[in-house]
Design a binder for this molecule. Sequence first.
Ligand code: ZN
Length: 180
Amino acid sequence: MARPILKYPDKRLRLPAKPIEQIDGRIKRLGEELIEALAYAGGLGLAAPQLGEGLRLILIDLPESPELILVNPVLVEADHENEVPFNEGCLSLPGVEAEVWRPDHVLVRAWTLEEKEVEMEREGLAARVLLHELDHLDGILFFDHLGPAKRKLLLKEYERVSRDEEASREGEGRGGKPGL
Ligand code: ZN
C-alpha cells in the first residue's frame, strides 16, 4: 500500500529537509516508498518531505527515461537569464495548477543510492521537475513563485477544490459504503 502524500496546508511541507548522512537500508526503503507513492498518484516527481520525511531525497520520473532517485541534490547552476513559463501542479495541492516561470537550464549535483556522485545538466521539463522537487527540500511550494494576486486566486481555488473533494467523499459514505 503506497504511503499517502501530504496535502497543503500540512506544516511538514514547509520545513527544510535535513541532509542524509548515510545511505543505509532506511534511505533505500524510503526511495522505494517514493517510487510506490508516485506510481500510485501519477506524476513526474516526488520529494521525501511530501511523505512526511524531512530528508533530502527526491525522485524524478520523466516519460521515456529511467526513474532517478537523488540523495542530497544541490543546484549548482541555473540559467536565470532564460526563464520560461509552464503550467505547473503539485501532488500536495491536487486539482490546481498555475503558470510558473523557472530557468530552462540547470546543473544539479547529487548522490545516487549506489553512493555514486553524479552531476547532471538538464533542460526543459527535466530542469523544471528538478527545480520543483529541490524547492520541496527547502519547504518551498510552487505557488510561492507567483505574485500575490495570482497566489491568492490559486489558494482560493484550491480551497474550493478540496472542499468539493471532501463533500463528494462524504456523499459516498452516506451511500452506505463501508467506512474504511
Ligand atoms: Zn510538488
